[in-house]
Ligand binder design. Structure first.
Ligand code: HEM
Length: 419
């Protein structure tokens, strides 16, 4: 039986957005993204209602900000738009709020971010590169050549889980627990993984128990450069309560996992679908970093970030009231024709490729952006050394979510180099 979103239907997917009144638009419907049908809805909003109010949705009323410049304004106006109580369109569950620094304002945000930021800083990245390369080679060399397999499971999930285990210095053989907790924390009840919020809470408490054991070990040991040790010894984090510890763990697990995983899958999908761009990359391998940035723009692994207005304000002629929910659709800003020429095309040497919004801007700009780029660069350097091409042998399956923009399956056959 196909999975169904308990609060939305697929009906909207088959509608023509140009035949509907703008007042009927609810672009948060997860099926729009799962069926890759959201693009014309956002194009119409950008052109005709760049700051649009949806008065009624499963997530409550919300504003959609869809043009590049307006998104930039919201993302960098920290005194007007708050990241509290959450950065996703869905409101927090009242009896189990998980505090995490991505959903905090200054000054607490800055203090906590400072503690963990070095994990993805230049020195750690230099140390990580050989480990990442070794693991990438190991995964690629064990792929079944010439046979059909799911790239998402065998490569994208495997590599990002290994990376997470390294960041946390987590027991390596138990690393699949990290993927499981990451998936549970973003799962929608009734869609296969969990049946209720209560069940999610139980599993998250098991996650906390496991990590509390690791915290107790690290707190007794001298400080080291893994994330748990950093949190356990950091001045702004060592006295955190258990729920705040759990919240920040989930942030670091999800932040580093789904996003990079889906970028890896998107790079394979795009290079298979655009043979001219693949040929360009093979001919000029120095384009790998630019191809990685273009994939991150094109995919936009997190479709949105939400803010809440702190005060009454005006944006693009619209009056936003204190307390209103404001959704920055990065996925739309990255396709804004006013900033990116031929935005729907995948062009690996685009001149302004680094201008994309996928990592956000302002004080919450992604803390792991360099690490994600490093993992992608190493993956493609090693792919180009070994494989003639990666052939797509079926349609990708997409996540049913208006937040995590990604894939659950990407059927491929890998062809080794013959020379
Ligand atoms: C392609 C991969 C990635 C994408 C697209 C991505 C995207 C984002 C976005 C959109 C934000 C919020 C920006 C804002 O609100 O302005 C963010 C924040 C964050 N990301 Fe990433 N991310 C990626 C990889 C990673 C990795 C590998 C890590 C692991 C260290 C990570 C850790 C974080 C953290 C901790 C924050 C919160 C920063 C803060 O609130 O100050 N991300 N990311």
């Amino acid at each position: 039986m196909p999975e169904q979103h308990p609060n939305y239907t697929e009906d909207q997917v088959n509608l023509d957005p140009y035949s509907l009144p703008l007042s009927d638009f609810d672009v948060a419907n997860p099926y729009l993204f799962a069926r890759d049908a959201h693009w014309p809805w956002f194009r119409r909003l950008r052109d005709e209602a760049p700051v649009h109010y949806c008065a009624d949705s499963f997530f409550g009323p919300y504003w959609s900000v869809t043009r590049y410049d307006d998104i930039m304004t919201v993302d960098t106006s920290h005194d007007v738009f708050s990241s509290e109580p959450t950065i996703v369109i869905r409101d927090p569950i009242e009896d189990f709020p998980l505090p995490m620094f991505i959903a905090m304002d200054r000054p607490k945000h800055d203090e906590q971010r400072k503690v963990v930021a070095p994990v993805a800083g230049p020195e750690n990245l230099r140390n990580f590169e050989p480990i990442i390369r070794q693991r990438t080679i190991d995964v690629l060399e064990h792929l079944p050549m010439g046979e059909r397999f799911n790239w998402v499971d065998k490569v994208s999930i495997e590599l990002t889980t290994r990376m997470l285990a390294t960041l946390f210095d987590f027991p390596f053989e138990e690393r699949s627990k990290l993927t499981y907790w990451s998936d549970i924390s973003t799962a929608i009840p009734g869609m296969g993984m969990i049946d209720s919020e209560e069940q999610r809470k139980q599993i998250m408490l098991e996650c906390l128990e496991y990590f509390t054991g690791l915290w107790n070990e690290r707190v007794k040991a001298p400080p080291s450069n893994d994330l748990i040790s950093m949190l356990a010894h950091g001045e702004a984090t060592r006295n955190m309560g258990p729920v705040e510890y759990l919240g920040n763990l989930i942030l670091l697990i999800v932040g580093g996992n789904d996003t990079t995983r889906n970028t890896m899958s998107a790079s394979v999908l795009n290079l298979a679908n655009n043979p001219d761009q693949f040929r360009k990359l093979v001919a000029e391998q120095g384009l790998v970093p630019s191809m990685v940035a273009e994939t991150i723009r094109w995919q936009t692994p997190l479709a949105h970030m939400r803010r809440t207005a702190k005060i009454d304000t005006e944006l693009h002629g619209q009056q936003i009231k204190a307390g209103d929910k404001v959704v920055m659709w990065y996925i739309s800003g990255n396709r804004d024709e006013r900033v990116f020429e031929r935005p729907d095309e995948f062009i690996i040497d685009r001149p302004n490729v680094r201008k994309h919004l996928s990592f956000g801007f302002g004080i919450h700009r992604c803390m792991g952006n360099r690490l994600a780029e490093l993992q992608l660069r190493v993956l493609w350097e090693e792919i180009l050394k070994r494989f003639e091409r990666i052939e797509l042998v079926g349609e990708p399956e997409r996540s049913i979510s208006s937040f995590v923009h990604g894939y659950t399956a990407l059927p491929v056959v890998v062809h080794p180099r013959t020379s």
